[in-house]
Design a protein around this ligand. Structure first.
Ligand code: NA7
Length: 529
């Protein structure tokens, strides 16, 4: 089959791919082909259609900032956007910027090989596209992790992973449902599933903190305010470590009395959302400080959940607050007060196997009609490795990353010329409000490609020594926080058996990272300009 030739191929039509396409095609005038496995735009939101799917970033910050007109015309309806609303937004963006004509849907990339100074990108159906530049916009959480539990193939009912949810939905009415996993996804899904299922059994391996989201419709007054103040809001988002529209307090936990602390935590709990973390500046740096937040949340769990044994199992949390991605919820702990909901503590009674009729733990068999796996993703590296990328001199990415991902700034990989990885491992990505991290990467890549073309340079490639230094800095940044203390988190790759343990996202903060990238660009420009 003959290959179609482009200046650039982009993989993935989520937030990252759509904006990258707009920048390269409409700003730089490149010929660009975007390849997308799904039948529509949306990326992670295309696949994650599970009950209760909603973003944890506030809607006025979970959107593009590059177009004033887009920001002015789009109206978010709730404090946190639900999956269907995000899909409407991204479809609107695709139409507004006439992006669809450069997107090939239903085109899953199965291979990308660098040879003869070009990338040769192959799709599942055997089509081949060549390009000077290859940009992966495949997301960090897009490779579903279905646990390898013995007997799953024999289950007589239906089972689903939340990250690959059927597009026509799942009817839980009258069904006995089991849900495995209590991360952000399970915590969102359980209350909604419980509303229609005959009964819901939640299988919990690691108990988790959660803070109320306090989701609500946005008032016309707030919508007006957010539009009028979009410049200041974005300035705040760019100045904070995590890209959210709120600042982290400069107060430390032990600067205040226990009584003052209780009042501050109570106010943060009432306000709800991810900014609970921002109540004090040292919550993620000092274990004793963190313990006070952890204990506050545990006391809330015990107060909300009526059955003492269930409350104890839910509050028996083994890691610091926010060392794993902190969920926010709508009635998660309250759901365990429903007569049709029960909790199985897998730490006390692990799953032995799945039987045709349900889940068997070491203590009992739970008859089920449906199993929902809210078991997360092969995060960050999974979506890249499953594409079978081969770099210079036939080097497979799988071999280059055998001991864990090695990148320069999460943007480039030694041995892989002209490959750019949007929100790749080593960049803030999942530790940041994603659209902020994405826009910064897309703009950096666009400027870089513009520079190469303006100066007649054919290729750019990460320097191996720089990648080693960068990896050491990623480690150092993580070790300055409590994040590595959650030994089982997907930040470390610990949720996927056999995956190398390495802290993958950059924990030094988005604002600092933005500065490092700008310095790198200035150096490259000076050296090559
Ligand atoms: P997460 O945060 O990885 O959570 C997955 C959950 O599934 C977590 O509670 C896991 O327990 C549990 N899990 C995984 N494998 C198993 C097996 N084999 N048995 C029992 N329980 C298991 O994924 P989410 O989808 O909730 O969230 C991902 C991100 O999406 C989130 O952080 C936001 O950024 C958006 P464990 O903790 O590993 O013991």
């Amino acid at each position: 089959m003959s290959a179609e030739a482009f200046d650039a191929v982009i993989v993935g039509a989520g937030f990252a791919g759509l904006y990258q396409l707009h920048c390269l095609r409409d700003r730089l005038g490149l010929s660009v082909q975007l390849l997308e496995a799904a039948d529509g735009v949306g990326g992670t939101w295309y696949w994650n259609r599970y009950p209760g799917a909603r973003c944890d970033s506030e809607s006025h910050s979970y959107c593009y900032g590059f177009s004033d007109a887009l920001q002015q015309e789009w109206e978010w309806s709730e404090r946190y956007p639900a999956q269907p609303e995000i899909m409407r937004y991204l479809n609107h963006v695709a139409d507004r910027f006439d992006l669809r004509r450069s997107i090939r849907f239903g085109a899953r990339v199965t291979g990308a090989r660098h040879a003869g100074g070009k990338w040769h990108v192959t799709t599942q159906s055997g089509e081949v596209f060549t390009a000077q530049f290859l940009i992966t916009a495949v997301g960090c959480l897009s490779s579903a992790n279905v646990p390898d539990i013995p007997g799953l193939a024999d289950f007589a009912g239906d089972w689903y992973h939340t990250g690959e949810w059927p597009h026509d939905g799942v009817d839980f009415a009258g069904k006995r449902v089991g849900m495995v996993g209590t991360g952000s996804t399970g915590i969102q899904a359980a209350p909604v599933i419980a509303e229609t299922a005959a009964d819901l059994t939640v299988f919990q391996r690691t108990a988790n903190y959660s803070v109320p989201a306090r989701n609500a419709p946005l008032t016309a007054e707030f919508q007006r305010w957010a539009k009028q103040h979009r410049t200041e809001i974005r300035r705040t988002m760019h100045a904070t470590p995590n890209g959210h529209p709120f600042t982290i307090s400069d107060r430390r936990v032990f600067d205040v009395t226990p009584e003052e602390r209780a009042i501050l935590y109570e106010a943060a709990w009432e306000k709800g959302g991810l900014q609970f973390r921002a109540t004090f500046q040292d919550l993620l740096a000092d274990k004793a400080a963190n313990d006070t937040a952890a204990e506050f949340i545990r006391s809330k769990i015990r107060a909300i959940v009526n059955d003492p044994a269930t409350a104890e199992a839910l509050a028996d949390i083994d890691h610091p607050y926010a060392a794993k991605r902190p969920p926010i919820d709508t009635n998660y702990f309250e759901t365990f007060n429903r007569a049709n909901v029960s909790l199985v503590n897998l730490r006390a009674t692990p799953i032995e196997r799945i039987l045709p009729e349900g889940v068997k733990t070491t203590a009992a068999t739970y008859p089920l009609d449906i199993i929902v796996f809210a078991t997360g993703f092969d995060a960050m590296t999974g979506p890249l490795l499953r594409m079978d990328i081969t770099g210079r001199d036939g080097l497979p990415l799988r071999d280059a990353w055998r001991a864990g991902p090695s990148t320069y700034l999460g943007l480039g990989i030694p041995g892989f010329p002209n490959l750019f990885t949007i929100t790749g491992p080593g960049s803030p990505s999942v530790l940041c409000n994603m659209p902020v991290a994405i826009e910064q990467h897309v703009e950096w890549i666009t400027d870089c490609i513009a520079h190469l073309r303006a100066h007649g340079l054919s290729a750019i490639e990460a320097d191996p020594d720089a990648a080693v230094t960068c990896g050491a800095h990623v480690n150092e940044a993580a070790n300055a926080t409590l994040l590595p203390m959650a030994g089982h988190s997907w930040y470390l790759g610990a949720n996927v058996p056999g995956k190398p343990r390495m802290f993958m996202p950059y924990a030094g903060g988005m604002a600092r990272y933005r500065g490092i990238c700008a310095e790198t660009a200035a150096r490259v420009t000076k050296d090559s300009g």
